[in-house]
Each structure stands twice: as C-alpha cells, then as structure tokens.
Design a protein around this ligand. Structure first.
Ligand code: MG
Length: 155
C-alpha cells in the first residue's frame, strides 16, 4: 500500500466557469488558472502521483505549455493516473476535502464522486468528497478562492 497527499488552491476570477471535480457549479465567478482550474481534480492527481512517487501535475503538465490551456482537468487526472498504472500501481481509494466559503459545495458532492470515479475507472464509493467552509477566516473565508486537500491510497 502507498499513500499520497495532494493540495491545490485557485483564486476566484470573473468571467470563468466554476469547475470542481469535473462538475460545472453555478456561481457568479469561476476559478482562475491555465487549465479549467479544477482544484479538486488537481489535488487528486497530485495525491495519486505522490503515492506513486512520480512528482506532481505542475511538472507533468506545466502551465507554460499551450497544450494545457483551458484543459479539461479530468483529462489531466486520467493522464496522471495512466502514469501511475504504467508504474504498476492501482487505485484503491481517495478522500478529498474541498474548503470554500461559497458556493455551497455539498449539493454537488455526489456528481463529483461520479465524475472523478469515471476518470479513474473506479466506483464512486471509492472516492469520498467532503465540503467545508473556513468559518469566515482568512482568504478562503473572504471568498478569495478555494482550497482542496486529497489523500489517495494505491496498491
Ligand atoms: Mg491547480
């Protein structure tokens, strides 16, 4: 068994869609980023890569590369997992916490689990997604952005 942790954060920006865990969430602002800025997919990909000792998505898919501009991050997640499988590891389970003051993430957790599970060819029951606020504190509390922590287990 191998365990990896991933963290990601993105800043809210006007004129962007809010995509988290492969799900388009209705909100006045989206997240800024080179790709679609899906911090859930990015944190999970880093957890998988970390568990396999294969680096991180910033190295595999640099934001200086025009190929990844506005990229669907579920495709990045799939590509990261392909590296993991090629290195003879198999996904077992993940636990993800999304920290955002708004919008409400809870109603979208089920859809996120399905989308993420689809990307890893696993069952939604193998991917836990939890939503928290930051109790109004700090940059998350002020609604400046979203942070995500993910832990993944491989065998
Ligand atoms: Mg990111």
């Amino acid at each position: 068994m191998r365990v990896g942790i991933g963290y990601d954060s993105h800043r809210f920006a006007d004129g962007r869609k809010l995509i988290l865990g492969g799900v388009a969430i209705p909100h006045a602002r989206g997240l800024a980023g080179h790709s679609d800025a899906d911090a859930v997919a990015h944190a999970l990909a880093d957890a998988l890569l970390g568990a396999a000792g294969l680096g991180d998505i910033g190295t595999l898919f640099p934001d200086t590369d025009p190929r990844w501009r506005d990229a669907d991050s579920l495709e990045l997640l799939k590509a990261a997992y392909t590296r993991v499988v090629t290195a003879h590891h198999r996904f077992v389970q993940a636990d993800i916490t999304v920290i955002a003051e708004q919008p409400k993430i809870g109603p979208h957790v089920g859809a996120m689990r399905e989308r993420l599970a689809g990307a890893l060819a696993t069952a939604p029951s193998a991917i836990s997604v939890k939503a928290k606020t930051n109790e109004g504190m700090g940059w998350i509390g002020k609604g400046e952005g979203v942070a995500v922590i993910a832990v993944a287990v491989l065998e």
